[in-house]
Design a protein around this ligand. Structure first.
Ligand code: ADP
Length: 612
């Protein structure tokens, strides 16, 4: 009796993409199937150690790859945990992971998905790149019934009861006519050696009459001597862990000795995974106890700001039969995490010396890494020293805080910053005019996270981290004509009345050079950018800080306008121009203006007059 079932809609979409779009690098299907087989052996191995009563079979784990040239089939078999009917339906007919819609969208936009395969759990489905039919025969450890699962990857799948003497899973691919190369033993040997050498179980090529041949080294890569591992092998292991195709930016392999002994093999990728910013994204570390896989869900092993790190940690000092739950608040895990973080940071400090190379890391991950400045109190100075920022010093290169400090002239021990949405807009913010004039560098920060770390790092190596509104003594010697004090006073009062609902006060400033007006906030209050962020996230605007409208008394426009205000006539005109200037101040801050049509109408009108 066989039962016919449909794939979940998302699986159909994925299969469609897998079959039709993933034309290059077809051989990765083998890596995926071997990887699943190895996971299945890991699972049974763990079960045997933790629940020996439940586990049946297992022992000499191996993965067998059998090509059949005559019938154009290839099978990958394991003696791991196996699957029962529910497993087959749940794991090979549906996609549990969220993000499928994003995946499909991404492929539509970018045209290729090879880099992303596996990240979404499409590993098994990659079999349909080379096969037009896949048959699975499987029996779960500890259960009597075996099951057959068959599909052509288009019209759902069929499940029926079957006979199988031992636990484990055989996956048989009926290869497409043009994929005969995957029955060629030379070819298979080469693919397995290249992509699956590190698998801890023997991968055996079954060549029929010619006998069986173990193709891989079958020893956990991280337990081998560094000197015996080639950079290619490190890279392939990274691909296996990350299910990505990029090169790792950093590879760190070490043995820690001391109060707790462990081996770590850690990688920092060079491209961001699709889910880097999803709130439920887990870290990429696998925990082993003496080569037995325990879990890849130990959140406590890596802080959130290093969630992009992939790798393996193996410690014989952890008890094997310890439950996964008990690992969650474990002093040893805490110690390991401490060790991993400090080694990573140390290695990053070495790599940070090469700017171009460091940017390979910083571009995709800097925004996440910066979270550490406020998350990881004990390392925050190191994390800050490893962070890069836009600054007024250069439009081409980012700067580090240490380089900023090295450039500080005079004895104002401050690091100034300004926050906003866009670096180009920030560079032209009128509030910076005095800083340019006095040659004081300002960091231009555009990530939402910047609003937070700047609050938790009051100083760095003796330099106070300050928003530019906290700067003092910015006034500088001015020459040239200045508006008359009496007139200015009148204009100030007029504007204060006109904008009383929108600002706290109007001030005459000595800090502007090019701009007639500018908006700022009272020293120490929430920045305009943070206020905007909160507003965009529907946070109550009760926090709104007091804005100051600054007038530049040296600007010809302000001189003329204050004369008009001083004379007390043509108030309608003064009002109109004041409103335009106010809008300009908003625009310079990257803020929206309340009445764009009034603004553009008036500007056009004045331009036309200027053309006479
Ligand atoms: P992933 O491996 O990323 O979870 P796959 O699509 O490759 O995604 O596999 C889906 C699930 O099917 C696996 O998580 C596992 O539960 C199950 N599975 C696949 N291959 C095997 C196998 N050889 N033995 C046991 N279970 C398997």
């Amino acid at each position: 009796m066989s039962e016919k079932m449909n794939f979940q809609a998302e699986v159909n979409q994925l299969l469609d993409i897998v079959v039709n779009s993933l034309y290059s690098e077809k051989f990765i299907f083998l890596r995926e199937l071997i990887s699943n087989a190895s996971d299945a052996c890991d699972k049974l191995k763990y079960l045997m150690l933790t629940h020996p009563d439940m586990a049946k079979g297992g022992g000499a784990f191996k993965i067998t790859v059998t090509p059949d040239e005559k019938n154009n089939t290839l099978s990958v078999a394991d003696n791991g945990i196996g699957m029962n009917k529910d497993d087959l339906i749940n794991h090979l007919g549906t996609i549990a992971k969220s993000g499928t819609a994003d995946f499909v969208k991404n492929i539509k936009e970018n045209g290729s998905a090879v880099d992303l395969i596996g990240q979404f759990g499409v590993g098994f489905y990659s079999a349909f790149m080379v096969a037009d039919k896949v048959e699975i025969l499987t029996r779960k450890s500890g259960e009597d019934k075996a099951w057959r699962w068959v599909s052509n990857g288009r019209d759902g799948f069929e499940i029926s009861e079957a006979e199988k003497e031992t636990n484990g899973t055989d996956i048989k691919l009926f290869l497409k006519e043009d994929q005969k190369e995957f029955t060629n033993s030379l070819n298979l040997r080469q693919i397995i050696r290249t992509y699956s050498d590190h698998i801890d179980y023997p991968i055996v090529l079954d060549l029929g009459k010619a006998g069986e041949e173990t193709v891989n080294s079958a020893s956990a890569l991280w337990m081998r001597n560094k000197a015996d591992i080639t950079s290619e092998q490190y890279k392939e292991f990274y691909h296996h862990l990350s299910k990505n195709f990029d090169d790792p930016w950093l590879t760190l392999h070490f043995k820690a000795e001391g109060s707790i002994e462990y081996t770590g093999l850690l990688y920092i990728p060079s491209t961001a995974p699709y889910d880097l910013f999803q709130p439920d994204v887990k870290n990429g570390l696998k925990l082993y106890v003496n080569k037995v896989f325990i879990s890849d869900k130990i959140e406590e092993l890596m802080p959130r700001y290093l969630r992009f790190v992939k790798g393996v940690v193996d410690s014989a000092d952890l008890q094997l039969n310890i439950s996964r739950e008990m690992l969650q608040h474990n002093v040893l895990i805490e110690k390991i995490k401490h060790g991993l973080v400090s080694r990573l940071l140390k290695e990053m400090q070495k790599k940070a010396k090469n700017y171009d190379d460091y940017m390979t890391f910083w571009n995709p991950f800097g925004i996440v890494f910066k979270e550490g400045i406020y998350e990881d109190f004990s390392n925050r100075e190191t994390i800050a020293s490893l962070s890069l920022f836009n600054s007024t010093f250069s439009a081409e290169k980012l700067t580090s805080l240490d380089d900023y400090i090295a450039r500080v002239k005079g004895d104002d021990k401050s690091i100034y910053y300004l926050t906003g949405d866009d670096v180009a807009v920030l560079r032209n913010n009128p509030q910076l005019e005095a800083f340019y004039e006095k040659g004081i560098e300002v960091l231009l920060l555009t990530d939402p996270i910047d609003e937070f770390w700047t609050q938790t790092l009051p100083n760095y190596k003796g330099y106070a981290v300050k928003h530019i509104s906290q700067a003092e003594n910015l006034a500088f010697d001015r020459k040239g004509q200045k508006a008359a004090d009496g007139d200015l006073q009148k204009l100030k009062e007029f504007m204060a009345g006109l904008f009383k609902d929108r600002i706290g006060k109007v001030e005459i400033t000595e800090k502007l050079t090019k701009s007639p007006v500018s908006l700022s906030v009272e020293n120490g209050q929430m920045s305009i950018h943070l206020e905007r962020l909160m507003r965009n996230h529907q946070q109550p605007t009760a926090f709104a800080s007091t804005r100051i409208l600054e007038l530049n008394p040296y600007h010809p426009l302000i001189i003329r306008l204050s004369e008009m205000a001083g004379a007390g006539k043509d108030n309608a005109k003064v009002e109109e121009i004041s409103k335009i200037l106010f809008d300009q101040a908003l625009i310079a801050e990257g803020e929206a203006i309340s009445n764009p049509s009034f603004y553009s109408e008036k500007i056009s009108e004045y331009i036309l007059k200027g053309m006479d």
